[in-house]
Design a protein around this ligand. Structure first.
Ligand code: F6P
Length: 373
């Protein structure tokens, strides 16, 4: 009997999602003769049984379109806001899965999505995930779709900022997405020739950054571009976070644990506005005028790059092949020119950080980029 596939997109949107929906859908419909049902707005739509028919006309003309035709949300199956309360709705999702006689649910998303997919899988349904995110922080895959497009957008922004920084002899601090990991800031900073790159994995010393900028000034280069990941932290902030995390791990009572958890939350809240503070500090320490550009959601929007379309299509069609073979409970990973499967329990809840000895880090140091350490 022909198989029936459910598809949803979850977490932050990203270029290439539609290309992946199309890749899975076209291969499933026309190559394997399967049925495909889309669920709207991530796990929320799956829970509320809001569907969209993914027939050949719905899959047509979406390859180059940004975002996701299915819509997305960050709702988690086990903590879903329902009627003003956070409820575990996984059982309702399992019911919907059976209502549609699904053989598998394909979840397109990043680390959070893999975790949520794994949660519903543990309730006995078949699941496959595809790695999407502009942050490129999903482990066990060469890359994620969305990253290449965002890398191009952020690099072009740095290119453009160069001429204005140069004309006004200013420091331009450009904030690039990446709350926990610095792949995007590091990649775009390298490709765009930023003078300073600050990423969450390498806590920075603002005095060292100022010193690097002063050295540039002394050598006649009167402008500097600082590429900073939104989650980049100073050495002081890193120490305060570590102290709070240690406090939570070693708390002797519930009250002590709650106190240190609240302290950590406070530190994290204070991080908002970090890029603006950093620019002000650099202006004060160097005497050079500074300006801030926050790229924000520009990096997630718009047409996917050729590389992302190709990757998403390759992963999508490989996903349909796996469904045909009855292989479930895996993430479809990019592995060189081919694809590979990774058991979902290995991926769920893990992030791919930039290792301090990564080739890109070494490359940045060799071209004289200051990493703030
Ligand atoms: O998708 C990941 C990401 O782009 C992060 O870099 C960023 O911190 C986050 O999304 C913000 O997304 P939202 O505001 O949609 O939750």
């Amino acid at each position: 009997m022909a198989k029936t596939i459910g598809i949803l997109t979850s977490g932050g949107d990203s270029p290439g999602l539609n290309a992946a929906i199309r890749g899975v859908g076209k291969a499933a419909l026309s190559y394997y003769g399967m049925q495909v049902i889309g669920f709207r707005d991530g796990f929320r739509g799956f829970m509320e049984n809001r569907t969209m028919e993914l027939d050949s006309s719905a899959l047509s003309g979406i390859l180059t379109v940004g975002g996701t035709i299915l819509g997305t949300s960050r709702d988690k199956p086990h903590r879903m806001p329902v009627g003003g309360k956070l409820m575990d709705m996984t059982d309702v999702m399992v019911e919907n899965y059976h209502k549609h006689n699904l053989d598998v649910l394909v979840c397109l998303g990043g680390g959070g999505t893999a975790k949520n997919a794994y949660r519903v899988m543990q309730k006995g349904i078949n699941v496959i995930t595809l790695p999407k995110t502009i942050d490129n922080d999903v482990p066990f895959t060469d890359s994620t779709f969305g990253f290449d497009t965002a890398l191009n957008v952020a690099t072009e922004a740095i290119d453009r900022l160069h001429s204005t920084a140069h004309s006004h002899h200013r420091i331009v601090v450009v904030e690039i997405m990446g709350n926990k990991v610095g792949w995007l800031a590091l990649g775009a900073g390298l490709a765009g020739g930023a003078d300073v790159i600050l990423i969450p994995e390498i806590p920075y010393d603002v005095d060292l950054v100022a010193e690097a900028i002063r050295r540039r000034s002394a050598s006649g280069k009167r402008f500097s571009i600082v590429a900073v990941a939104e989650g980049a932290i100073s050495k002081q902030e890193a120490a305060a976070r570590k102290e709070a995390a240690d406090g939570i791990a070693h708390a002797k009572s519930k009250a002590a644990k709650q106190k240190t958890e609240a302290a950590l939350e406070q530190i994290e809240l204070q991080h908002a506005g970090n890029t603006l503070r950093l620019a002000a500090q650099l202006e004060q320490l160097t005497g050079l005028e500074s300006r801030v550009t926050i790229l924000g959601y520009l990096q997630r929007g718009g047409t996917p790059s050729a590389a992302d379309r190709l990757l998403a299509t390759r992963l999508g069609t490989a996903c349909a092949d796996l469904i045909e073979q009855g292989v479930y409970g895996v993430m479809v990973a990019a592995a060189g020119d081919s694809t590979a499967t990774v058991p979902l329990e290995q991926v769920a809840g893990k992030l791919k950080y930039v290792p301090p000895d990564h080739h890109w880090v070494g490359t940045a140091r060799r071209v004289g980029t200051c990493l703030g350490d």
